[in-house]
Write a protein that binds this ligand. Structure first.
Ligand SMILES: [Zn+2]
Length: 223
């Protein structure tokens, strides 16, 4: 089993957007996945939600919509119940049991890593794309030592590591860590663990290549 001790967290702007319900769905799902593994971010989200509710009340001289705060706290409590869902390696996921995936991913990928319908996307890379309407939600499984070509983003890219680790221009990202990248950020992730690295990736825009053919990133968008 791999310990989950996140070192990369939700940014302040994301906390406030999330608490206001203003994050695009693909990004919110990844943020929720991280918070399900991170007590620090769950606390921050609760605080942001209370501050946000207070500001809305001041701005409109009225309370937030009835039930909005309760619904938000209920979602966070649901996340809390899945705190630190340490993942085993992909190979022994079946032995871990049916609750291997973080709870926020169950509606999109089911409960367990075992038996997921991985599809070949590129050499050393498999993926599963979830239908969420707008944006892109991908689970990626990348073999040790493999990389993803240098790319930038027309929009935001949130990544939460579920198993293994990768290195890029922003540091090392291990199980539980969240990476937030925006339109000005470019990176080339290279897998850094001796087990496959499994990540959940949310995008609210396209990727663009830096020095590679556009076809190199096409598999990330073709179901
Ligand atoms: Zn966190």
């Amino acid at each position: 089993m791999q310990a989950v001790n996140p070192r990369h967290h939700l940014g302040e702007a994301t906390l406030l957007s999330y608490a206001a319900g203003a994050l695009p769905a693909a990004l919110a799902i990844v943020a929720t996945t991280h918070s399900s593994m991170c007590m620090a971010c769950r606390r921050q989200l609760r605080m942001a939600e209370r501050i946000g509710g207070g500001l809305i009340a001041l701005q409109h001289e009225a309370a937030p919509p009835a039930g909005a705060r309760e619904a938000m706290l209920a979602r966070l409590d649901a996340c809390a119940s899945s705190a630190a869902p340490a993942l085993g390696s992909f190979e022994d996921a079946a032995a871990v049991g049916p609750d291997t995936l973080p709870v926020p991913l169950h509606p999109y990928f089911g409960r367990s890593l075992a038996g997921l319908p991985w599809r070949w996307m590129a050499a050393g890379m498999q993926g599963i794309r979830a239908g969420i309407g707008e944006g892109t939600l991908l689970m990626l499984r990348v073999a040790p030592g493999e990389g993803i070509p240098m790319h930038g983003h027309h929009g935001s890219e949130f990544t939460c590591v579920l198993q293994g680790a990768y290195d890029d221009e922003f540091g090392r990202f291990s199980a539980g860590d969240l990476a937030e990248l925006g339109t000005d950020d470019r990176h080339r992730p290279v897998m850094a663990s001796d087990m496959p690295c499994i990540c959940i990736v949310g995008l609210d825009g396209d990727l663009h290549c830096e020095g590679c053919s556009p076809q190199a990133l096409q598999p990330l968008f073709v179901a």
